[in-house]
Design a protein around this ligand. Structure first.
Ligand code: SAH
Length: 224
Protein backbone atom coordinates (compact mmCIF):
# COMPACT_ATOMS: atom_id res chain seq x y z
CA UNK A 1 0.00 0.00 0.00
CA UNK A 2 1.40 3.43 -0.88
CA UNK A 3 1.30 6.56 1.28
CA UNK A 4 -1.49 8.08 -0.77
CA UNK A 5 -3.71 5.04 -0.09
CA UNK A 6 -2.95 5.13 3.62
CA UNK A 7 -3.83 8.82 3.70
CA UNK A 8 -7.12 8.15 1.91
CA UNK A 9 -7.99 5.48 4.48
CA UNK A 10 -7.20 7.71 7.42
CA UNK A 11 -9.16 10.57 5.88
CA UNK A 12 -12.25 8.34 5.55
CA UNK A 13 -12.01 7.14 9.15
CA UNK A 14 -11.71 10.72 10.40
CA UNK A 15 -14.71 11.69 8.29
CA UNK A 16 -16.78 8.83 9.77
CA UNK A 17 -15.83 9.93 13.27
CA UNK A 18 -16.89 13.49 12.47
CA UNK A 19 -20.21 12.19 11.14
CA UNK A 20 -21.02 10.42 14.42
CA UNK A 21 -19.32 7.01 14.41
CA UNK A 22 -17.86 6.79 17.90
CA UNK A 23 -17.39 3.03 18.33
CA UNK A 24 -13.62 2.50 18.08
CA UNK A 25 -13.95 -1.17 17.15
CA UNK A 26 -16.19 -0.29 14.19
CA UNK A 27 -13.78 2.41 13.03
CA UNK A 28 -10.89 -0.05 13.44
CA UNK A 29 -12.63 -2.71 11.34
CA UNK A 30 -13.40 -0.18 8.62
CA UNK A 31 -9.79 0.92 8.55
CA UNK A 32 -8.64 -2.68 8.15
CA UNK A 33 -11.04 -3.84 5.42
CA UNK A 34 -9.63 -2.82 2.01
CA UNK A 35 -12.71 -1.27 0.38
CA UNK A 36 -10.80 -0.85 -2.89
CA UNK A 37 -10.66 -4.65 -3.15
CA UNK A 38 -14.48 -4.80 -3.29
CA UNK A 39 -15.15 -2.32 -6.11
CA UNK A 40 -14.71 -2.63 -9.90
CA UNK A 41 -11.57 -1.15 -11.51
CA UNK A 42 -13.57 1.69 -13.05
CA UNK A 43 -14.32 3.19 -9.62
CA UNK A 44 -11.20 2.16 -7.65
CA UNK A 45 -10.13 5.81 -7.44
CA UNK A 46 -13.24 6.57 -5.39
CA UNK A 47 -13.05 3.48 -3.17
CA UNK A 48 -12.09 5.52 -0.09
CA UNK A 49 -14.63 8.30 -0.63
CA UNK A 50 -17.71 8.30 1.58
CA UNK A 51 -20.14 7.38 -1.19
CA UNK A 52 -22.03 4.40 -2.60
CA UNK A 53 -20.54 3.01 -5.83
CA UNK A 54 -21.88 0.72 -8.62
CA UNK A 55 -20.74 -2.93 -8.47
CA UNK A 56 -22.59 -4.37 -11.50
CA UNK A 57 -25.99 -6.08 -11.97
CA UNK A 58 -27.58 -2.76 -11.01
CA UNK A 59 -26.38 -3.19 -7.42
CA UNK A 60 -24.18 -0.94 -5.30
CA UNK A 61 -21.61 -1.10 -2.53
CA UNK A 62 -23.10 0.85 0.37
CA UNK A 63 -21.79 4.23 1.48
CA UNK A 64 -19.17 3.75 4.24
CA UNK A 65 -21.19 5.95 6.63
CA UNK A 66 -24.21 3.67 6.19
CA UNK A 67 -22.10 0.52 6.72
CA UNK A 68 -20.58 2.06 9.85
CA UNK A 69 -23.95 3.27 11.18
CA UNK A 70 -25.63 -0.12 10.69
CA UNK A 71 -22.69 -1.95 12.26
CA UNK A 72 -22.49 0.42 15.21
CA UNK A 73 -26.26 0.16 15.87
CA UNK A 74 -25.97 -3.62 16.34
CA UNK A 75 -23.51 -3.29 19.27
CA UNK A 76 -21.68 -6.44 18.16
CA UNK A 77 -19.73 -8.67 20.51
CA UNK A 78 -17.11 -11.22 19.53
CA UNK A 79 -19.57 -13.88 20.74
CA UNK A 80 -22.31 -12.91 18.28
CA UNK A 81 -23.60 -15.10 15.47
CA UNK A 82 -24.83 -12.72 12.75
CA UNK A 83 -27.09 -13.25 9.74
CA UNK A 84 -26.65 -10.83 6.83
CA UNK A 85 -29.11 -10.57 3.94
CA UNK A 86 -27.77 -8.95 0.74
CA UNK A 87 -24.07 -9.84 0.52
CA UNK A 88 -23.58 -7.74 -2.62
CA UNK A 89 -19.83 -7.35 -3.08
CA UNK A 90 -19.16 -8.61 0.46
CA UNK A 91 -17.82 -5.38 1.95
CA UNK A 92 -20.26 -5.15 4.87
CA UNK A 93 -19.73 -8.89 5.43
CA UNK A 94 -15.99 -8.32 5.83
CA UNK A 95 -16.54 -5.50 8.34
CA UNK A 96 -18.88 -7.75 10.37
CA UNK A 97 -16.41 -10.65 10.22
CA UNK A 98 -13.85 -8.56 12.10
CA UNK A 99 -16.29 -7.87 14.94
CA UNK A 100 -18.30 -11.00 15.64
CA UNK A 101 -17.90 -14.75 16.05
CA UNK A 102 -19.45 -15.86 12.80
CA UNK A 103 -21.30 -14.30 9.83
CA UNK A 104 -23.84 -16.14 7.68
CA UNK A 105 -24.57 -14.17 4.52
CA UNK A 106 -27.05 -14.65 1.65
CA UNK A 107 -27.13 -13.03 -1.83
CA UNK A 108 -29.75 -13.67 -4.55
CA UNK A 109 -27.51 -12.75 -7.53
CA UNK A 110 -25.33 -15.81 -8.15
CA UNK A 111 -22.46 -14.04 -9.97
CA UNK A 112 -22.23 -11.38 -7.23
CA UNK A 113 -22.38 -14.08 -4.56
CA UNK A 114 -19.57 -16.06 -6.15
CA UNK A 115 -17.32 -13.03 -6.54
CA UNK A 116 -18.01 -11.90 -2.96
CA UNK A 117 -17.25 -15.36 -1.56
CA UNK A 118 -13.94 -15.40 -3.46
CA UNK A 119 -12.97 -11.97 -2.07
CA UNK A 120 -13.78 -13.03 1.50
CA UNK A 121 -11.69 -16.19 1.04
CA UNK A 122 -8.81 -14.18 -0.47
CA UNK A 123 -8.88 -11.93 2.60
CA UNK A 124 -8.74 -15.05 4.80
CA UNK A 125 -11.94 -14.20 6.64
CA UNK A 126 -12.60 -17.74 7.77
CA UNK A 127 -15.56 -17.00 10.01
CA UNK A 128 -17.90 -16.30 7.08
CA UNK A 129 -20.35 -18.75 5.50
CA UNK A 130 -21.78 -17.42 2.21
CA UNK A 131 -24.76 -18.74 0.30
CA UNK A 132 -26.68 -17.96 -2.91
CA UNK A 133 -30.39 -17.87 -2.18
CA UNK A 134 -33.43 -15.88 -1.11
CA UNK A 135 -32.57 -14.27 2.19
CA UNK A 136 -36.20 -13.36 2.86
CA UNK A 137 -36.62 -17.03 3.74
CA UNK A 138 -33.89 -16.87 6.37
CA UNK A 139 -30.93 -19.24 6.72
CA UNK A 140 -31.92 -22.72 5.51
CA UNK A 141 -31.51 -25.93 7.48
CA UNK A 142 -28.47 -27.66 5.96
CA UNK A 143 -27.54 -31.32 6.49
CA UNK A 144 -30.07 -31.34 9.32
CA UNK A 145 -28.32 -28.43 11.06
CA UNK A 146 -30.08 -25.18 12.00
CA UNK A 147 -27.91 -22.09 12.49
CA UNK A 148 -30.89 -20.00 13.66
CA UNK A 149 -31.53 -18.27 15.97
CA UNK A 150 -29.07 -15.43 15.39
CA UNK A 151 -27.92 -12.83 17.93
CA UNK A 152 -28.09 -10.09 15.31
CA UNK A 153 -29.57 -9.77 11.81
CA UNK A 154 -28.57 -7.11 9.27
CA UNK A 155 -30.54 -6.62 6.06
CA UNK A 156 -28.89 -4.47 3.39
CA UNK A 157 -31.84 -4.27 1.00
CA UNK A 158 -35.11 -2.49 1.75
CA UNK A 159 -38.31 -4.14 2.99
CA UNK A 160 -41.48 -2.36 1.88
CA UNK A 161 -43.36 -2.22 5.17
CA UNK A 162 -41.80 -4.48 7.76
CA UNK A 163 -39.08 -7.12 8.17
CA UNK A 164 -39.84 -10.48 6.53
CA UNK A 165 -41.53 -12.80 9.09
CA UNK A 166 -38.97 -15.58 8.53
CA UNK A 167 -36.19 -13.22 9.63
CA UNK A 168 -38.11 -12.14 12.74
CA UNK A 169 -38.52 -15.86 13.54
CA UNK A 170 -34.77 -16.47 13.20
CA UNK A 171 -33.82 -13.69 15.63
CA UNK A 172 -32.84 -14.74 19.14
CA UNK A 173 -34.82 -13.40 22.09
CA UNK A 174 -32.82 -10.39 23.25
CA UNK A 175 -31.45 -10.01 19.71
CA UNK A 176 -31.44 -6.98 17.39
CA UNK A 177 -32.14 -6.47 13.71
CA UNK A 178 -31.21 -3.49 11.54
CA UNK A 179 -33.10 -3.09 8.26
CA UNK A 180 -34.10 -0.31 5.84
CA UNK A 181 -37.88 -0.05 5.53
CA UNK A 182 -39.89 1.89 2.93
CA UNK A 183 -40.58 2.31 -0.80
CA UNK A 184 -39.39 4.59 -3.61
CA UNK A 185 -40.59 7.69 -1.78
CA UNK A 186 -38.09 7.14 1.02
CA UNK A 187 -36.70 4.56 3.38
CA UNK A 188 -35.58 4.76 6.96
CA UNK A 189 -33.07 2.54 8.67
CA UNK A 190 -34.91 0.86 11.54
CA UNK A 191 -33.55 -0.94 14.58
CA UNK A 192 -35.72 -3.74 15.99
CA UNK A 193 -35.40 -5.55 19.30
CA UNK A 194 -36.94 -8.90 20.11
CA UNK A 195 -38.12 -9.78 23.61
CA UNK A 196 -39.99 -12.82 24.88
CA UNK A 197 -43.33 -11.43 23.67
CA UNK A 198 -42.70 -9.53 20.43
CA UNK A 199 -40.29 -7.74 18.13
CA UNK A 200 -40.61 -3.96 18.14
CA UNK A 201 -39.01 -1.09 16.25
CA UNK A 202 -37.06 0.80 18.89
CA UNK A 203 -35.28 3.42 16.80
CA UNK A 204 -35.34 5.22 13.45
CA UNK A 205 -31.61 5.52 12.81
CA UNK A 206 -31.31 7.54 9.57
CA UNK A 207 -32.92 8.05 6.16
CA UNK A 208 -31.33 5.77 3.51
CA UNK A 209 -31.67 4.57 -0.09
CA UNK A 210 -31.21 0.85 -0.66
CA UNK A 211 -32.23 -1.42 -3.53
CA UNK A 212 -35.41 -3.37 -2.68
CA UNK A 213 -35.47 -6.83 -1.14
CA UNK A 214 -36.64 -9.11 -3.95
CA UNK A 215 -37.84 -12.72 -3.71
CA UNK A 216 -36.12 -15.82 -5.12
CA UNK A 217 -32.74 -16.29 -6.78
CA UNK A 218 -32.27 -13.71 -9.55
CA UNK A 219 -32.71 -15.16 -13.05
CA UNK A 220 -29.53 -14.78 -15.18
CA UNK A 221 -31.14 -12.11 -17.35
CA UNK A 222 -32.85 -10.10 -14.62
CA UNK A 223 -32.95 -6.46 -15.64
CA UNK A 224 -31.14 -4.24 -13.20
N1 SAH B 1 -24.05 -5.26 1.76
C1 SAH B 1 -23.57 -4.67 0.52
C2 SAH B 1 -24.63 -3.89 -0.21
C3 SAH B 1 -25.67 -4.77 -0.74
S1 SAH B 1 -26.73 -4.06 -1.95
C4 SAH B 1 -22.33 -3.82 0.79
O1 SAH B 1 -21.59 -4.13 1.67
O2 SAH B 1 -22.07 -2.88 0.07
C5 SAH B 1 -28.13 -5.11 -1.66
C6 SAH B 1 -27.98 -6.53 -2.11
O3 SAH B 1 -29.12 -7.24 -1.63
C7 SAH B 1 -27.99 -6.70 -3.63
O4 SAH B 1 -26.83 -7.35 -4.03
C8 SAH B 1 -29.24 -7.54 -3.89
O5 SAH B 1 -29.07 -8.46 -4.95
C9 SAH B 1 -29.42 -8.25 -2.57
N2 SAH B 1 -30.76 -8.79 -2.29
C10 SAH B 1 -31.97 -8.22 -2.53
N3 SAH B 1 -32.96 -9.04 -2.13
C11 SAH B 1 -32.36 -10.16 -1.61
C12 SAH B 1 -32.84 -11.38 -1.04
N4 SAH B 1 -34.17 -11.65 -0.93
N5 SAH B 1 -31.95 -12.30 -0.61
C13 SAH B 1 -30.61 -12.06 -0.73
N6 SAH B 1 -30.10 -10.94 -1.28
C14 SAH B 1 -30.96 -10.00 -1.70
Amino acid sequence: MNTQDINKRIRLIMELRKKGITDASVLGAMERVPRDYFVPDAVKDQAWDDMALPIGRGQTISQPLVVATMTQALKLSDQDKVLEIGTGCGYQTAVLAHLCRRVYTIERHKPLQKAAQQRLEDLKLRNVTALAGDGMKGWPTMHGIDQAPFDKIIVTAAAREKPPQKLLDQLKIGGMMIIPVGGEDGQVLKLYKKDAVETTAVKDVMPVRFVPLLPDIAPDDEAA
